[in-house]
Design a protein around this ligand. Structure first.
Ligand code: FES
Length: 98
């Protein structure tokens, strides 16, 4: 699979932003949902994963740290923000290492 064949699925972006996923810093496209960002990082596992992409299945949940608090969000409905810190991800989200 080639990211170029999939570029239409991403919202237009001009730069990459840095987010942290379970302690690992990764660069992802700005202006995209977290689930799209995960797809950007791990095209095959997320493209073929068990995801509805519309907020129904909850298989894409992640837990975001905000100050001292952790909050579960649905990653297909949550835009990635620069320096976002994700401390836990659903078992359905399998990310390959870069
Ligand atoms: S992919 Fe189903 S709720 Fe996000």
């Amino acid at each position: 699979m080639n990211i170029e064949d999939y570029k239409d699925v991403f919202e237009p972006f001009e730069r990459l932003i840095e987010i942290e996923i379970c302690g690992e810093k990764r660069l992802v496209p700005e202006n995209n949902s977290l689930l799209r960002c995960f797809q950007f990082l791990s095209l095959e596992t997320i493209s073929y994963g068990n995801f509805c992409w519309n907020g129904d299945c909850l298989n894409c949940r992640v837990w975001v740290k905000n100050g001292e608090r952790e909050k579960a969000v649905v990653s297909c409905r949550t835009k990635a923000r620069d320096q976002m810190k994700i401390v836990r991800i659903s078992e359905e989200i399998i990310l390959t290492k870069n």
